[in-house]
Design a protein around this ligand. Structure first.
Ligand SMILES: Nc1ncnc2c1ncn2[C@@H]1O[C@H](COP(=O)(O)OP(=O)(O)OP(=O)(O)O)[C@@H](O)[C@H]1O
Length: 309
């Protein structure tokens, strides 16, 4: 299937000389949620801005729905909705007028039935006549989403949609994103909340210093780079790691009560059964055993740090 977005060898050097993107290629499939992760200044917003036609690339091409964003920008833009990081709304305009107006900007004819459906789905219908300045922060963010969806785009960009947003509202926002995805909208988001990406995204792209380090399905990423840590709680604390257990990568906690053991989830033999048998053989009584999968955050940090070294 043809990707809905095809980014081919895109680079961006700003007038200041900063190279924000260096030879980035990426295909985004229709209907997926792709999370772009990267530290501050990595180039995420630059990439989104190029696809949305707000920043001109220094090299490379981008196609949206097969339309070149340079030569065929009007057709490309129609397929895209952008929810910017900053909330900027006309304070004295009503919610419904503001969404209708944005639709008009895209050259679309009025469609009040669709606007009603949109506002209802974002729980804004009751507030349709309210002036935007009367809305809570969360409602304002939903108005931004309604504006971005007013012309029925096939692709929605969310640039840090939940930055500085409280937990309840964040959950609410993600509910909206899930619903959109169920309707077939392709979603590209940037976030600094890695648990969110872990929870929501189908694929994850990691950008650092203008380079796309990798793009993987979330499951592949977690499987490939993720490790599991087994923690064995001992009934009696140990003063030191017994010599018989040396050289096995075991880590004894400072209080001597826990043994940590990292293992590869993909290995045929994890060595856990063997380890537990050995502990029993040494007469060490085990009180509890737990495992923890490394989080996306840990994987992300190790990827980005590896690059920096
Ligand atoms: N208009 C501009 N002119 C010059 N340099 C810019 C401009 N916009 C961004 N940059 C630089 O390009 C680099 C990438 O910035 P960008 O905003 O794309 O990063 P980001 O990954 O979105 O960061 P953040 O997570 O902080 O939003 C940074 O070094 C930034 O200073």
């Amino acid at each position: 299937m043809r990707p809905i977005i095809d980014i081919d060898h895109v680079s961006k050097r700003y007038g200041s000389g900063t190279v924000a993107l260096n030879d980035v290629s990426l295909q985004i499939e229709e209907g997926e949620i792709l999370a772009l992760l990267g530290p501050n200044g990595a180039g995420k917003t630059t990439l989104i801005s190029i696809i949305c036609g707000l920043v001109v690339p220094s090299g490379g091409t981008v196609r949206v729905g097969g339309h070149d964003i340079g030569r065929d920008w009007r057709a490309a833009r129609k397929l895209i909705g952008l929810v910017p990081q900053e909330v900027a709304l006309e304070p004295f305009e009503s919610v419904i007028d503001c969404v209708r107006f944005t639709r008009g900007l895209y050259g679309e004819p009025p469609d009040d039935a669709y606007i009603e459906q949109l506002l209802r789905s974002l729980a804004l219908w009751d507030k349709r006549e309210a002036k935007t300045r009367e809305l809570s922060g969360g409602m304002k963010r939903r108005v931004l989403i309604a504006k971005a969806l007013s012309h029925r785009p096939k692709v929605l960009f969310l640039d840090e949609p939940t930055a500085g947003v409280d937990v309840t509202l964040r959950r609410e926002m993600w509910q909206v994103v899930r619903q959109l995805r169920a309707e077939g909208v392709t979603i590209i988001l940037t976030t600094h909340y890695l648990e969110e990406a872990e929870d929501m995204a189908d694929r994850i792209g990691v950008i650092n210093r203008g380079e796309l380090l990798l793009v993987r399905s979330k499951d592949a990423l977690m499987g490939e780079f993720g490790k599991k840590r087994l923690t064995v709680s001992l009934s009696e604390p140990l003063a030191a790691l017994p010599a018989e257990l040396a050289g096995r990568g075991l880590v004894l906690s400072a209080d001597g009560r826990e043994l940590g053991y990292d293992y590869d989830t993909r290995a045929e033999r994890t060595g856990i059964a063997h380890l537990l048998a050995e502990l029993a053989g040494l007469g060490l009584a085990v009180r509890d055993v737990s495992t923890k999968q490394s989080s996306l955050e840990e994987i992300f940090m190790s990827l980005v740090e590896e690059e920096t070294v």
